[in-house]
Design a binder for this molecule. Sequence first.
Ligand SMILES: [Mg+2]
Length: 259
Amino acid sequence: MASDAGLAAALRRLASTPHLLVAVDFDGTLAPLVERAEDARALPASAQALRALAGLPGTTTALISGRALDSLRAVADPPARTMLIGSHGAETWTGPDRAPLTLTTGQEELLARAVGVVERTVAAHEGTRIEFKPAGVVLHTRTAADDVAAAAVTAARTELQRLGDLSITDGKRVLEIAVVKADKGQGLALLREATGATGVLFAGDDVTDEDAHRTLGPADVGIRIGPGETAAPFTVATPEDFADVLQALVDLREAGARG
Ligand SMILES: [Mg+2]
């Protein structure tokens, strides 16, 4: 990280913004990717840096994840005042008075049919798994053989497309199906409005994070973790490298608060 002079300069500028929002993805960004989603944990250095940022004046921390909120809370153990966006923006938690997500009858029926498709797909493709979300369902193929994974995704997608108005998104060895149209860009916009942030750090490692990267402006800093097409101006190779970025931001903002 230190070798990237452009990123270092951008972090220095961001650290002096009046209200800083640090909104980051969890899996593959704070936490290394693992085979079983329930085993994911933030790197200790990243968790510590996020806690430090959450405690600084004029600074709000947030997690923006594809996970359902319950799953995100279970693995991420976020600092107390951290705002949470789950299910790629379909679920939001910005404080205790926020109403939970509710589906219309039509959305509930559509979700039930989508769940049926994924259940049949998982039964027919060894090593694939289903995950239930409040507004969607996920086909996980990370633990399946490559050819089985590809066949499962193709089979599920073909059937799902016949069901109607679903949002279907490919991720890293996952097929995400949602009945509420939402993306991480909308999630980040909601956080920006709720906090009145004057500068944002956003970071993510996957295709769905690009929706948020595309909303960033000149006062913000966007970082892509790992390889892949990205709208982010900066890339770091690994979650370990991103922990260094977070710590650098802590140091810069603490120095600014003292000075
Ligand atoms: Mg991720």
